[in-house]
Each structure stands twice: as C-alpha cells, then as structure tokens.
Design a binder for this molecule. Sequence first.
Ligand code: SF4
Length: 61
Amino acid sequence: MRISVDPDRCYGSGECAYRLPSVFTEVDGYGAVVPGREDAGDDPRVREAAERCPSQAITIG
Ligand code: SF4
C-alpha cells in the first residue's frame, strides 16, 4: 500500500522520521517519504507512525 504525507497538514514535528527513519525523512523541515519507499505501507510500523502523527498527515492506501 502506498504512503503519502499531506504537506498541508504536516507541521514538521519530525516524529515520523524519528520513529521510522527507513521510511520517513524530513525535507525542508517537513515530513516526507524516503524516495523509493512509497510502497512500504504494509509495514505495521508505518501504520503505527501514521496513527501517532500528531496532525494525521500520513495516509496509507
Ligand atoms: S509525524 Fe506527522 S506532523 Fe510530524 S513530521 Fe511526520 S507527517 Fe509531519
């Protein structure tokens, strides 16, 4: 499943990149998916990171 970060919702807390740096990173201070890892949405750690995103900016689908 495909992961995306909504730049309009993300406020750059950095929690996703801290929690799962193999999938999430920061670009210009905002959360982003590591290039090439957009299809890692089946990983339960990705789901957990999405659930814990304070602005619910991460979607999987
Ligand atoms: S956890 Fe959410 S608000 Fe924080 S950087 Fe990641 S996407 Fe943005």
